[in-house]
Structures are given as structure tokens and as C-alpha cells.
Design a protein around this ligand. Sequence first.
Ligand SMILES: [Zn+2]
Length: 500
Amino acid sequence: MSTIPHWYWLLCFAGLGACVGSFLNVVVWRTPRGESLVHPPSACPGCGHGLAAKDNIPFFGWIFLRGRCRYCKMPISPEYPAVEAYTGLLFAGLYALHYMTPLRPAFSGVGLAGSWPVFAAYLILAAALVAVTLVDTALAIIPLCIPNFVLGFALAVLPLSAGLGLWAPNASETLATEPFLFTVSSHAGLLAVGGAVVMLGLANLLLWLRVLPHSYDGEFTGSPADSPDCVPAKPWTLKAVLKAALIAWCLAFALAAAVGFGSGRLVTGVVAGVAAALPLGLAALAVLKAQSIPELPTNDVDMPPLNSPCKVVLREALFVAFPVVGAVMGTAFSDAWAFDAATVPVWVKVAAGVAAGYLVGAGMIWAVRIVGSLAFRKEAMGLGDVHLLGGIGAVLGPVAVVAVFFMLSVFMALLGYLGLRLLGKFEAGRTGGKPQSSMAFPYGPYLALAALLVMGTGLALPDQAVGGVVQRLLAFCGADPNSDAGILSTLHALALQMAK
Ligand SMILES: [Zn+2]
């Protein structure tokens, strides 16, 4: 496999990404509306004529048709080729960052042949992040099937392929030094994750049997998902797409130039530019999507206030208590149930790592949701966000998911909020209208941006580019500043120290 040149794989992943992007366009339209993903086949919304095979070619089909239906000449939104082109660049960019740069040594070290299951999970997660960003921006909902698919893929493919020995023989050891594929190898850790998973299953069973109450029993009945059709979106204009692409490209180029000059190394600059271009492109898609949402006559997209936030929170806390108690009991009984962790098969350790990442990711958002719902007396952070960060954690692992949430998504949300306010003021000043008083503020896109940045860079890059400011801060807190692997390993070291 090592004889196959990089450019070949770049082309393959770009093509694969464009096809996946074509599928994402279907996902973005149909999943919030509860429609099947496979039936009926795509047809022109204007004349209902089915699409010819050559019109279905991602990106190029739209170019050949010059953006119009072959039969009725109705314009086709450039949203579709834009998503296809972006997903193609995303897959190729992730391949370049993982296998052609020193950014992710565990991946470039063993190559595609030795790490493809993890990389496949990364691509699945990346595609899901694109879909979630577009749906959440447009409709302020995250269809749970999208993050759940990511979780299902990680839970099935990562342990299975590790157990079958489909990776390079030393992959598990190499990847153990990489902060990303997280395997749980300690006796107490395995028992804690096992206890949490068993109790989470029990809680879900009791919920299904209605022994545990659903948290929103007796609260509002309608959900925004009931009416995604009520406001037809404006189609994207080609001019807006090109403008957004140009701005994203210029920002990435500026960063690449700054890092290149700062470090005195051209390669570092190019890597920084590519790593920045992936989340910037996703942000550009989100902005385009947000601009296509028509202004609502009244600002009624907010969740209605809860009648009894205490009741809702108590019910949710009761549910969350199950896995927490399970983890504590697992650790507490670790003396009573002794076994040699070294004899545990590798697939169990990988599965435990996936489960641990899911539990940590979902648990963090759920904690914020419980506290926020009490504080603001309305739903803060949807259950979609809980599942989304759970899915991100399942692939990236429990250490990286903490960085995604606390270090990056909060920062990006602040940046996005300020940016949107400025943009609103600017547009209002230009058109002479009033700035929109309050914007719907879905959190999913920010989680997606942060996850994409962590996935692409391993967070090693900000370490080098910013001169290790964060590392120095952490070193000040007592962690090892000379570690090469970056912020995540430092976080890991901090967590280990706290555990001692
Ligand atoms: Zn037509």
C-alpha cells in the first residue's frame, strides 16, 4: 500500500467526499422531515422529473447543467455543488493532514493500511458534522439519527477491526501513545466503564417501560421538528457561495502566511493553512445556510419556557444518576472482582474507549443542560447536542472531547456570536434596516467546528503556532511542559496526576 502515491489517495478521497456530500444533501433535506433516505429517488422539485445518471454526478453534474433543471430549466440551488465540493475537499484535506504531515505521527507512522478503521471513523464523523451544521443552522434541531449513526459505526467497526487484527500489528501500541484512539486498559477503568454502560442500559430499559418518567411529560407537546416546511428557505446565490469561499480561502491563506513567516518554515505554514481551511469552509457553509433562512415575522423560534423546570431537571438528573452510580460502583468493586487487565482482549479495550468517550461527551453537555435549564427556566442545550458531543467523544475519545467542549467550542461560540452581531450591524447599516434583535443560537455548529479542528490538527499545531502558551499555562499547573504530543497529552497528564 505504501507504493501507492499520495496524489492517488488525495483524488480518491476527494471523489469519495464529493459522493458523500451528494448523499449529505439528501440527509440534510430528508432526516429533519422524517423521510426515507433511499426512497423516492431524487427528482426535480419543479417538474418532478427524475434525474438522469449523468446529472447525479457530484459537483460536475451541476456545472454541466449550468445550475438549471434539464427539463424545466428551473434553477438548482448552488448549495448542492457547494456541499459536494466542500465535502470532497474535507476528505482530501483530512487525508493530507493525517498521512502527509508530521502533525499526526500515529497515523503517518503506520500509514493508511495500519490505521484505516480509525480514519474511516474520522471521515464518518466529519460527514456527520457537515450534516449537523447545516440542519442545526437552518432548523435549530439535530436529528438524533445522525450522531447515533456515528456512535454505532465507532462501536461496531473500531473494536471489530481491532479484534480481527486488521490494523498494523503494532497499531494498538502506537495508537496508545496518540491521544486520539483512546483504549481503556486498566482494571479499574474497565470496571468503571462497564458499570456505567450496564446502568445506562438499565436506565433506558426503565424509561422504555415507563418506570422512569420522560423528562418532558406534562410540558409542551409541539417540537420545532413538526414544522420545518413552514418557512421555505431562499436558494443560495452563486455570488454568495463564491464570496463565502473567497473569504474562507483568504483567511486560511492569511493564517498560513502568518504561521509560515512566524515559524520560518513554509511547510508549517501550508499545514496550518490546510488545517484552518477545513473548519473555515464549514463555517462558510453555516453562514450561507443562515442567510438562506427567511426572517420570521415574529421571533418565536425560541423554546417556550418550562412550566416546572425543577421537575424536568429532577427527572433528567435521575436518569443521569444511573450511569454515574454504575461507574462509581464499578470502581468501588474493583477490589472484589480482580482479573488481570493484560489478558482482556483488545476489542474490549477499544470498545470501552469508545464507550468512555461517548459517556464523557454526552455527560458534559447534559450537566450544562441541567444547570442551564434550572438557571434560565427553559431548555438550555437540546438533547441533540448531548447526542452530538457523545458521538464526537465516541470517535475522538474522552480526553479530546473535553478539549472540544471546554477549550474550543465555547471560544468559537463567543467568536461566532460577536461575528454574527457585527455582521448583523453591518448588513443593517448597509440596507438601512434594523439589526435582528436576537438570533437563534444553535450550539451544534460550534461543537462541529471545534471537533473538526481537533480532528484535523490533533491540537498539536496551535501548540507550535501560538508558541505553546497553553502548554506553559498547564506547565504552571504542574504538568510536563516538554511533552511533544501537545495539549491533549498534557491534559491527560493532568488528569492522571489528579487521579493519583
Ligand atoms: Zn425540472
